[in-house]
Design a protein around this ligand. Structure first.
Ligand SMILES: Cc1cc2nc3c(=O)[nH]c(=O)nc-3n(C[C@H](O)[C@H](O)[C@H](O)COP(=O)(O)OP(=O)(O)OC[C@H]3O[C@@H](n4cnc5c(N)ncnc54)[C@H](O)[C@@H]3O)c2cc1C
Length: 856
């Protein structure tokens, strides 16, 4: 065993071996994987080995597609077979809502290069004759699904990595990790200490324990999971013989079941409602190649539905039941990347679908370690996406909820209840008393909308407009015409101070820093010229800046700030989290209202648009920004939590004469739509350049040398390929939700969308004939791919909804720059729930395009 290496990867499961392979492939060959026992000694060896590309997050779906493509490569390099069976698979919908979900997934797949197809239940049955198709209303076919040998695949990664020069040390547990003053690590193992520049936690079932070695409680929990294997089945053998094909994989949402052929029988697994965590607090180090006792009672309800849906399987004898643990993060996606607050400590854990995701995780992490950037939009699996609130008990509740809902539909307006309320502001009870429907905003309870008096404050979940539509409209109209108040505690807030503060911010941000008492809006970009943040910055004093940004990105941004902090102590950063809370008042009467609560002049001239002041509001010391995300005349008022009730009461009392209303986050988001304002994580993400994001006026290339300046200048000089635009959509009773394809009637291929990658396993009808261009499930678009006559998919929606004041359905998204200013009718269509709706670009914001109202 070497005593010094560039990087140590802890854990020889499929993920550790993939990370090792990708690091070696990227040129880091002085690396070592340390495994406690033999390779695949965690969850990898007893996996069902299924793989698929579909994921709720399109960016994770892309990395899953990469994983599947990779298997041929590692087989070739290693000489080790992965026993790949690319059978294709179907997802079965039993209700119209589930069919809507599949239509959405199918539509997203268009610009992701996925070749999915909506098909009828009988078409699905032709490929998996054991089902009773009468239980279903439709299905989605995905050719890039199948199964493989989990151990063989892990070994293939490891052999390929070794061939490239990596070292693998077996039967050697890492017992401790200590950091040197220079940021490097001493990896203390049973066989001695290895000094490494970087450490990667690929500990799988023990990832939590490895996190604890460095003082971090990772939000990851193992769950028991069962699948059964049947005896050989004559029906399966007969199908194989008559078609020369293997049966496909089937995912049955209603039964919470996945099933596929395994040898001459069937493998059937469940995600049961009565799920069970395994080792909820500490994972035993002596757990090895063992299985857990099966518990058929727990999965009986799923099996009952399963046998009804797949009567062919019920008759078969059960040969074996596998029950094994594997890990999940709160939302079911992996935890990848550098851990904020630590140097050179990386994670690639909580990978619940190692054989769909392991390759993508390895590629993204190796890019990040070697080149300083993952190279993709990996927010959906970034370890920074959860806050401190995601502790052991919170994680336990959320992971159980996620597991039991693995195949349930998550509606766009659905808030999940587990582990709530976690964080509340002092106004929580008041908001409940006001009939607020609350939502979870990065662990904080936040009012979404207010139900009318006498009505239960509850969302009716749907893909269509729902019971919040009327009340949100009221909130918006009252705010736009009079004045409204909302809680904004769920923004991120930071203070950057010290003699080096201004220089530091000028180096990080694309805009000039403001003068004292003034505010600027500014994106932040990385050295590759991609958007990594969007902030409101006020200069509060000589060496003191206040910064507001996206709540969910707090750890992500802190990680970046800390990485670039001068070592000489000239800059301090403080993240307030919920030690600073806020209220926003907006609307034409907001100045009159605020003036009644303050003892200073806040007239247009005395307190201008984009001014910042510290002043007492209703007697409480506050910071006030003359700015609001509604795009109206308005203010953001920030105070310590101890004052929030006082300020809110003062606003409510003084607001009575102006017809003040409470409004929630959904009304705020509706109002920003009619102003064409973007949101972070929707419109603005690390895959777009600042000019693509239409943030031109905030990019001051001439001000000084800032991070990413060169790349931004290049983007500007060459002209952005894409542009963020706003659309008005001729929608019916459903608005866009995000990720819908944008079609345009153009003859040119703009090359902005990926073509299907054409794995295309053939499909067969019940006579064994190959099926081509099949009819889609009833009411769905039958068009596959990205071209349909004169129409082609040219972009994607990032977000949207109903803009209540201008009474229009709106969407924002990215299209080729050449089309971005074309407002012609008939040029665009946006695919909402399988139906293509006419859409028109709207260059100017439909509400107050000149911005006069907010400047008044
Ligand atoms: C019943 C079942 C069915 C499944 N079916 C599928 C499926 O169909 N498709 C799919 O994609 N996924 C499936 N999975 C999930 C899949 O197994 C996991 O996603 C995958 O195994 C995760 O791999 P890993 O490398 O992260 O973790 P692990 O496989 O747990 O590997 C972690 C490794 O780290 C080692 N280690 C830990 N701590 C230390 C230490 N301190 N020092 C040295 N070594 C250490 C362990 O010994 C272990 O070998 C299934 C899982 C189960 C249980």
């Amino acid at each position: 065993m070497k005593s010094h290496v560039k990087a140590v990867v802890i854990g020889g499961g499929v993920v550790g071996c993939s990370v090792l392979y990708h690091l070696a492939k990227a040129g880091w060959t002085d690396i070592m994987l340390i495994e406690r026992s033999e390779l695949t000694s965690g969850s990898s060896w007893h996996a069902a080995g299924g793989f698929h590309t579909l994921n709720g997050d399109p960016n994770v779906a892309k990395l899953q597609a990469y994983t599947v493509q990779l298997y041929k490569e590692i087989e070739e390099i290693s000489g080790q077979s992965c026993s790949l069976h690319l059978t294709g698979g179907v997802m079965m919908a039993d209700t119209p809502e589930r069919m809507d979900f599949l239509r959405l997934a199918h539509a997203k797949g268009r610009y992701l290069g996925m070749d999915t197809e909506l098909i009828t239940p009988s078409e699905a049955k032709a490929m998996f004759p054991l089902m009773d198709e009468k239980n279903f209303v439709g299905a989605m076919w995905d050719p890039v699904e199948g199964h493989l040998d989990p151990s063989g695949t892990t070994i293939a990664y490891s052999k390929a990595a070794k061939k490239l020069g990596a070292e693998i040390v077996l039967r050697n547990r890492v017992v401790d990790l200590t950091q040197q003053p220079d940021g490097t690590w001493n990896v203390v193992t049973e066989q001695g200490t290895v000094h490494a520049e970087h450490v990667v936690n690929c500990g799988g079932l023990w990832a939590r324990e490895i996190g604890r070695m460095v003082g971090v409680e990772l939000p990851v929990l193992a769950m028991e999971h069962m699948y059964l294997l049947t005896e050989p089945m004559p029906e399966v053998e007969e199908f194989n013989k008559s078609t020369g094909r293997e049966m496909i994989g089937v995912l049955d949402f209603k039964g919470e079941i996945y099933t596929r052929q395994e040898r001459n029988g069937i493998l059937l697994g469940t995600y049961e409602k009565a799920c069970k965590p395994w080792s909820p607090v500490n994972t035993p180090w002596d757990f090895g190649h063992e299985l857990l006792p099966p518990d058929l009672d727990r999965i009986a309800p799923s099996l009952e539905i399963g046998f009804k849906h797949f009567p062919g399987i019920e008759k078969a004898g059960i040969k074996q039941i596998i029950n094994g643990p594997f890990t999940f993060a709160l939302d079911g996606n992996p935890l990848v990347g550098p851990v904020q607050g630590l140097t050179n400590f990386w994670c690639a854990c909580a990978v619940m679908a190692g054989f769909s995701q392991g390759g993508g995780v390895g590629l993204a992490l190796s890019n990040w370690m070697v080149h300083g950037d993952p190279g993709f939009d990996v927010w959906g699996m970034d370890v920074a996406r959860f806050g401190e609130w995601a502790g052991l008990r919170y994680t336990n509740a959320k992971v159980r909820e996620n597991y039991s809902r693995r195949f349930s539909i998550r509606f766009p307006n659905e808030e999940l209840p587990a582990a709530r309320p976690a964080q509340t502001t002092p106004l929580y009870d008041t908001m409940l008393a006001n009939n607020a429907v609350m939502g979870d905003s990065w662990g904080l309870e936040t009012p979404l909308w207010f139900a009318p008096k006498g009505k239960e404050p509850r969302d009716i979940v749907s893909f269509h407009r729902s019971n919040d539509f009327g009340p949100i409209g009221e909130e918006v109209r009252a705010t736009r015409e009079r004045v409204g108040v909302t809680e904004i505690a769920n923004f991120a807030k930071y203070e950057v101070s010290g003699p080096g503060a201004e220089e530091f911010l000028n180096r990080l941000m694309t805009n000039r820093m403001p003068k004292t008492g003034r505010i600027v809006l500014t994106p932040m970009i990385n050295e590759f010229g991609k958007l990594i943040g969007d902030f409101t910055i006020a200069k509060a004093g000589e060496d003191r800046f206040m910064i507001w940004g996206s709540s969910a990105a707090q750890k992500y941004h802190m990680r970046w700030f800390e990485k670039h902090l001068p070592k000489d102590g000239s800059v301090r950063i403080h993240r307030f989290d919920q030690t600073l809370v806020g209220l926003s008042i907006a609307g034409p009467k907001s100045r009159d209202l605020l003036q009644k609560l303050v003892d200073v002049d806040i007239s247009t001239k005395a307190f201008r648009f984009m001014d910042f002041r510290e002043m007492a509001v209703g007697g409480a010391p506050c910071m006030v920004n003359r700015i609001t995300y509604t795009g109206d005349l308005g203010y953001e008022i920030w105070m310590a939590p101890a004052y929030q009730r006082l300020v809110y009461k003062a606003i409510k009392d003084a607001g009575e004469e102006f017809g003040l209303v409470d409004f929630g986050m959904r009304a705020l988001l509706s109002m920003r739509l009619e102003k064409n304002f973007p949101t972070w994580f929707r419109e603005l993400r690390p895959i777009y350049g600042p000019f693509e994001g239409s943030m031109d006026r905030f990019i001051k290339l001439e001000k000084n040398d800032f991070i990413g300046r060169e790349a931004a200048a290049k983007e500007q000089a060459e002209g952005p390929k894409l542009r963020r635009v706003s659309f008005i959509v001729d929608a019916a009773d459903a608005d866009v939700m995000g990720d819908e394809p944008i079609w345009a009637k153009v003859s040119k291929d703009f090359g902005t969308v990926e073509k299907p990658h054409g794995y295309g396993a053939p499909r067969f009808d019940d006579k064994g004939e190959e099926v081509r261009g099949s009819k889609a499930a009833e009411g769905a678009s039958a068009v596959r791919g990205i071209v349909d006559g004169d129409w082609r998919v040219v972009g994607w929606v990032t977000s949207g909804g109903y803009a209540h004041y201008v009474q229009k359905s709106m969407a924002q998204g990215y299209v080729p720059a050449a089309l971005a200013e074309d407002e012609s009718a008939g040029l665009f269509e946006i695919e909402i729930l399988g139906h293509r709706r006419p859409a028109r670009i709207n260059v100017e914001a439909p509400f107050d395009p000149s911005g006069e109202k907010m400047r008044t």
